[in-house]
Design a binder for this molecule. Structure first.
Ligand code: PEP
Ligand code: MN
Length: 337
């Protein structure tokens, strides 16, 4: 449930309500807006049944939160959250673009990509060091050596870096090298892994599961947040449908739905959604037009030779053209790029 305080409620009234709740053993989550303060309670509501919070000083109303996710719910936190990834903000007025190869393959490949995407205006380098491949015989990633190359690229270019983690061990290693952890689509409901990511103090990029509903996705975010890590960014990457012309079906409606249900930033990945290079640009523009906070676009110095996801990767020239084409779309929705 949430307790909505009266506009301009005094600090001592807010503190009074908080101490009444804490005396029951429950914890509170405070959201201090410009006008209104909201006090959220997660846990066994029966513990507060005995206290008449409606009558407490400064309280406007009590609103039940019926959804099973609370901390990720916009009712708990009416204002948009902005997540810091190194020096980059996701969810604010700037459109955040992360780009890079599906898999980190070599020093030359990563550094060339980092330099190229930075020159085109991207702020974050994304590359996989632990690759959850459909076939066990496909390239599985360079693991810690790949993380080292990502860190080297960050040091040279100043870009923030994000890598996917697929196990607790990968998390323990990655926290020493990256600015953000990615949980991939296949692990969206690996609740143990979500909790481990929630125990770190790095922001987490949570991709939507292959067949996950939006409610399941927000509950997955809740697993991370319930461990104390509120810095979650959601990533729509297409869902499984009967359509075979594209790798997945990009659910762009997820962007306004997430915006209505949650305060968390949401970015869109048209690369994994389509699996086809030529479809990446139109869907990237559509995603920006419908209000996403950022994009993930796969790029590679030589997509024809990529060890993974070559058919959907853009060349540096194609990425540069796309970035220029995206700027008016960003402007249209009041964002800078
Ligand atoms: C990826 O981002 O490299 C990836 C494997 O994507 P997804 O988890 O969305 O399939
Ligand atoms: Mn990929």
């Amino acid at each position: 449930m949430i307790i909505v305080m009266k506009p301009g409620a005094a600090k001592h009234s807010i503190e009074g309500v908080i101490s009444k709740i804490k005396a029951t053993g429950l914890d509170v989550h405070l959201s201090e807006g410009k006008e209104v303060t909201i006090i959220g309670i997660v846990g066994d509501k029966s513990l507060v049944a005995g206290i008449n919070l409606e009558l407490a000083d400064g309280v406007d109303k009590i609103v039940p939160v019926t959804e099973s996710y609370k901390l990720s719910n916009r009712k708990f936190h009416p204002e948009n959250s902005v997540v810091q990834v190194g020096g980059v903000s996701i969810g604010g007025s700037e459109l955040a673009v992360m780009s890079g190869p599906c898999a980190v393959e070599s020093e030359d490949q990563v550094l060339a990509t980092a330099r190229a995407i930075k020159a085109s205006g991207a702020q974050i380098l994304r590359g996989g060091a632990y690759k959850p491949r459909t076939s066990p015989y496909s390239f599985q990633g360079l693991e810690e050596d790949g993380l080292k190359l990502m860190k080297e690229a960050r040091e040279e270019t100043g870009l923030s870096v994000v890598c996917e983690v697929t196990s607790q061990k990968a998390i323990e290693t990655a926290v020493n090298y990256v600015d953000m952890l990615q949980i991939g689509a296949r692990n969206m409901q690996n609740f143990y892994l979500l909790k481990e990511a929630g125990k770190t103090n790095l922001p987490v990029l949570l991709k939507r599961g292959l067949s996950a509903t939006i409610d399941e996705w927000l509950n997955a975010a809740e697993y991370i947040m319930a461990e104390g890590n509120q810095n979650v960014v959601l990533c729509e990457r297409g869902i499984r449908t009967f359509e075979t012309a594209t790798r997945n079906t990009l659910d762009l409606s997820a962007v306004p739905v997430i915006k209505a249900k949650s305060h968390l930033p949401v970015i869109v990945d048209p690369s994994h959604a389509t699996g086809v290079r030529d479809y990446v640009a139109p869907l990237a523009k559509a995603a920006v037009a419908c209000g996403c906070d950022g994009l993930m676009i796969e790029t590679h110095p030589n997509p024809a030779c990529a060890l993974s996801d070559g058919p959907q990767s853009l060349t540096f020239e194609q990425f540069d053209v796309l970035m220029n084409e995206l700027r008016p779309f960003a402007q249209l929705v009041g964002k800078t790029l």
